[in-house]
Write a protein that binds this ligand. Structure first.
Ligand code: UD1
Length: 417
């Protein structure tokens, strides 16, 4: 298994370019199942979750015509297999995004339940409840969701909890349903709004995306999809924190500053200079870092996917910060590892109290999930000496060439087998 070796303690300096958004491309790939023909996506980030999703789509009968230079052409003319097997779904929870499109297009779907994951139980009860409300017959057997429907019908559905993939799944299903669907308390994440734009471009009738009420008027068919994926806001936030934690100066290019406003404001509150210009951000740490509190919320709130990285930063800030995780019930696996580096963190349920220390020390570290791994990389970049991070396959799920990008900023980082 690969490891990442970091010899930390150097300020990062230079320019880094952000890749396409992983959480935008995954639902768009599954939306192709609503179409028949040649779909084209550009700006596809080369990360393992994307490879897994492509494998799943091939399993469902889609054909990859070509995939190179971040551009994929995928033909869905023969995507007629309704079964998403356990071995693929269990490795990536986002695979459950095929449920809505398969059901809407084929009238049936058999999708493995994703099961628990490192950051909590993460059920898909709301996806199932919404599809049932749309007239689907759904039962669970041997770990699979079996769903059938002649044609889904429009409904008014309220999400008890804001769910990103839940909103995407029901929105996709509703594009081909009969009549009008209204999704209340829907996710406002840029990835969901983008999916709606892409679907509209293919002939869907969706309104209100980007707000918490999305209205979909069903149509009888959709054209193949053509789109370019926008830059990844979590990758952007991670490099912003990388600049701050190493006390460096980094120009982050090809990003959408509005998508990372909550992160920018928190960094500015901590006395980090962040300056947005067009599609770039300049991040510079000139002043001592101040401890600030943060609480995760659905977009436009502070993203849960940046909580671990921000905590790494706060371990080195002056004073005491309180970080509260409200989206997931168990997303503090990085805490034990950060403490092994000398961080002072006390956990109490959903809250972490961090007292800033002067420095972190290098240590052997273990990655536990995608964003927790990123936080360990950041902490190791700040700590003087050599840290070895194992189980880095988690990082490869969601970050494009992280070692290469960090090396180009002057980090001493390499991958070892
Ligand atoms: C998506 C993102 C993930 C991010 C998360 C929150 C993708 C592929 N993944 O995950 O990176 O961390 O949003 O921003 O876009 N819930 C239920 N029942 C459901 C669905 C969700 O109780 O049917 C709960 C979850 O357990 C969690 C909360 O709702 O506590 C939010 O989860 P959700 O927004 O669904 O996360 P994902 O869409 O899986």
């Amino acid at each position: 298994m690969d490891k990442i070796v970091i010899d930390g303690g150097r300020p990062l300096e230079g320019t880094v370019k952000i890749s396409g958004a992983k959480n935008a491309v995954l639902p768009v790939l599954t939306a192709m199942l609503l179409t028949r023909g040649r779909n084209v996506i550009e700006g596809v980030p080369n990360v393992r979750d994307v490879t897994t999703m492509i494998k799943l789509l091939k399993d469902l009968g889609a054909e990859v015509e070509s995939y190179r230079d971040e551009k994929i052409i995928l033909d869905t003319s023969r995507a007629n297999n309704p079964e998403a097997p356990y071995d693929l779904v269990s490795t990536m929870r986002a695979s459950c995004l095929v449920l809505g499109p398969l059901l809407a297009k084929l009238g049936r779907a058999k999708v493995s339940l994703p099961g628990g994951c490192a950051i909590g139980a993460r059920p898909i009860d709301l996806h199932v409840k919404g599809l049932e409300a749309m007239g689907a017959k759904i039962f669970l057997r041997q770990g699979y969701v079996h769903a059938t429907a002649d044609r889904l019908r429009g409904v008014q559905f309220y999400f008890d909890t804001v769910s990103v993939t839940g909103t995407a799944n029901l929105m996709m299903a509703a594009t081909l349903a009969e009549g009008k669907t209204v999704l209340e308390n829907a996710a406002k994440e840029p990835e969901v709004a983008f999916l709606a734009d892409v679907l509209n471009h293919a002939g869907a009738k969706i309104d209100g995306h980007g707000t918490d009420t999305i209205t979909i008027h069903g149509v009888s068919s959709l054209q193949p999809i053509e789109c370019r994926i926008f830059p990844d806001r979590i990758e952007t936030g991670t490099y912003m924190i990388a600049a701050a934690i190493t006390r460096g100066e980094v120009l982050i290019e090809n990003c959408v500053p509005q998508h990372v406003e909550a992160i920018t404001l928190k960094l500015q509150e901590a006395q980090v200079d962040v300056e947005a210009r067009g599609t770039s951000l300049r991040v510079r740490a000139r002043h001592p870092l101040l401890a600030v509190n943060a609480s995760t919320h659905p977009h436009p709130g502070f993203p849960t996917d940046i909580q671990a990285q921000f905590m790494a930063l706060m371990t080195l800030a002056r004073g005491r910060s309180i970080i509260t995780e409200t989206v997931f019930e168990n997303r503090f696996m990085h805490v034990a590892e950060l403490k092994r580096m000398g961080a002072d963190i006390a956990l109490n349920g959903h809250t972490a109290v961090i007292r800033g220390v002067q420095k972190l020390s290098n240590a052997p570290l273990m990655a536990t999930d995608l964003r927790a791994s990123a936080s360990l990389v950041l902490a190791a970049l700040a700590a003087k000496g050599k840290s070895i991070i194992s189980r880095v396959y988690h990082i490869d799920r969601g970050y494009v060439s992280m070692e290469k990008k960090l090396s180009s900023l002057g980090a001493q980082i390499k991958r070892a087998k």
